[in-house]
Design a protein around this ligand. Sequence first.
Ligand SMILES: *Cc1c(COP(=O)(O)O)cnc(C)c1O
Length: 202
Amino acid sequence: MIVPDDGYLAGVREPTRRAGCLFIADEIQSGLGRTGRTLAVEHESVVPDVVLLGKALGGGIVPVSAVVARREVLEVLRPGEHGSTFGGNPLAAAVGTAVVELLETGEFQRRAAELGVVLREGLESLLGAGVVGFRARGLWAGVDVDPALGTGREISERLMREGVLVKDTHGSTIRLAPPLTITAEELQGALRTVGKVLARRV
Ligand SMILES: *Cc1c(COP(=O)(O)O)cnc(C)c1O
């Protein structure tokens, strides 16, 4: 999990526009409110040509993804040129539409931004106590655990046994992506568990 430096996305937008090539933002994890904005590219007020959505789009119920773009881009594919067995599944489409509607009021984006502060504070307090570094935006964090404590996979399994689900990435880095409906108390409880597990040498 790497947060782009300030100006990076704007720096991609300009040359791609000039060259007439598509800027495709994969927001499958970062999109739909997670980072405190509907799309993470909004942190830099950048509008890509194509945005990819998935995962949360299915509300945890159905596997569904989407390619979002303006008509001019989408019309490159004509009807019948791109087939998919389960594409256009009515239940998946209904769930995806409902998820997008849930984001209309901005409540979840606001929650992610506010709880992101709680997440950041909790992780800061763990720096030097098993955590060697972290990168976070909204309710989303990549946490570098001291490699002496185990691999990301091992740490994830220890946390799972304590009731906290995280995902290992590379090396000793774990990814925290709690549900946007989590309460501040639940988040603090999860962070306490992370602290407890990291304090223990297994
Ligand atoms: C999961 C994931 C994908 C793949 O999405 P599918 O819907 O399984 O095709 C692509 N990009 C990112 C960043 C993902 O997290």
